[in-house]
Structures are given as C-alpha cells and as structure tokens.
Write a protein that binds this ligand. Sequence first.
Ligand code: SF4
Length: 89
Amino acid sequence: MDTEWMARGLCTNVPPSRFFPSDGAGVELARKVCADCPVREACLEHALEQRIDHGVWGGCSERERRRILKHRRSDVAQAAAAARDAALR
Ligand code: SF4
C-alpha cells in the first residue's frame, strides 16, 4: 500500500481531531482544509479501499464515502449484468 501521499496532505499541520468531527459543522471545517489539498484524490481512494469508517478523508464524510461505495457496487453489478446479457445473445 502506497502511503507516501500522506506526508503531502494539508492536514499534516492541523490537529487530527479536526478530521474526526462530531457534527456537520465540524465536517465542514475539515472539508475546507481538504478542498485545497494536493493529495485529495489519493486520500479519498485510500479511505474507500481500506473501508475506513470514521472521519473526513479526501473531503468526504463517512456518509458520503458509504454513498460512493454503494454507487460503485451498483455500477459493478450493472456492468456484470450487461456482460451476462451480452453473452446470452
Ligand atoms: S484530503 Fe484532507 S484528510 Fe486527506 S490528506 Fe488532504 S487534508 Fe488530509
């Protein structure tokens, strides 16, 4: 697992507690830091791949990451169904 990107995250200079907020206002504060982060995509993919349940990663809350994963599973299922249908024709 490549984690070299972590050292370049803007959050390295911010207290970690900022990224584990207890309410929506806290999520927004974390998001503001992530918005300009040069490793935002790598951070989000890491959290998605590792199924990290807590905190703001890549500018996304726990709920947003769950939604992304759900959409991805749905996309994979649809692609598999389309491939199966094509094979049966
Ligand atoms: S996207 Fe946010 S949580 Fe991820 S490394 Fe950057 S600042 Fe940190």
